[in-house]
Design a binder for this molecule. Structure first.
Ligand code: HEM
Length: 237
């Protein structure tokens, strides 16, 4: 697989097949999100919901495959092997763009999951179509507690599997703990979000636009990363 991904690409002379395919896929998925935004703006709630669902699922699969197969982010943060330009550009331009990109990707994933759940909570079906219902949207204290305890239970079960079945490294445990802590933090944040934006429909529109802007910025930063790595400063062999 690694060899296949390292084969020459088709977009830029120095690009690899892995880089080109993943960049094109990023382009397609982000475009799908932006089309879903346009559908929502036109008031086509059901089409918006369906497209969001498909693009989110494919984007999540893509993200996992991308970071698993290429580990571009990790690799380029660790060393300069993939970057052929001067040290000053690497430190002052490339690294800040890549860090912004990775931060936005993380934020985008978290916000997408949040928005998907919020979408279902805030929307109701009228004559078979999804519409944003409006009105106060709050998590009941009992549900809130159940969600937090379920999370805790899942973390504990996963930790048992990591420790006793898979004999995973301490680093893996820390990474999983961070993932669960992030989910718990977002669930906790919901309390603050409810205070700031009590109306479910308004919350969906405002946070939804924020999420879409994050996606547009992901597209810009991934394009810049691609250009810097494979067009402007490719490694000379
Ligand atoms: C990642 C997930 C989602 C994002 C980022 C998102 C984003 C948005 C945005 C930005 C708008 C407002 C458009 C505008 O006025 O600018 C909107 C409206 C809407 N969304 Fe979502 N949404 C998501 C998921 C969902 C889901 C899962 C549902 C339904 C189950 C849903 C149902 C709706 C409906 C019914 C509207 C109102 C359309 C209208 O004005 O008639 N959304 N969404």
């Amino acid at each position: 697989m690694k060899e296949l991904l390292a084969k020459p690409g088709f977009l830029a002379p120095a690009g690899t097949l892995g880089a080109d395919v993943s960049y094109l896929l990023a382009l397609v998925f982000t475009a799908l999100f932006l089309v879903a935004w346009a559908l929502a703006k036109k008031g086509l709630g059901t089409k918006h919901h369906k497209l969001i669902f498909v693009s989110m699922l494919s984007m999540a699969i893509y993200f996992c495959a991308y970071y698993y197969a290429r580990q571009l982010g990790v690799l380029s943060l660790e060393g300069k092997e993939g970057f052929g330009g001067p040290e000053s550009v690497y430190n002052n331009v490339f690294i800040p763009i890549l860090t912004t990109h990775l931060t936005l990707v993380t934020l985008g994933l978290v916000m997408a999951v949040y928005m998907l759940i919020e979408g279902f909570r805030a929307a109701s079906r009228q004559n078979g179509d999804y519409v944003l219902a409006g009105g106060e949207l709050k998590v009941r204290p009992k549900t809130f507690k159940t969600v937090l305890w379920t999370l805790f239970g899942l973390w504990a079960a996963n930790q048992m599997v990591l420790s006793f079945v898979r004999h995973a490294s301490a680093l893996a445990s820390v990474a999983w703990a961070l993932i669960f802590a992030t989910i718990a933090l977002v669930v906790g944040l919901e309390k603050l979000i409810e205070k700031a934006l009590p109306d479910g429909a308004r919350r969906h529109r405002i946070l939804g636009r924020g999420t879409m802007i994050v996606y547009a910025m992901i597209l810009i930063t991934s394009t810049l990363t691609y250009l810097l790595l494979y067009v402007i400063y490719p490694v000379k062999h």
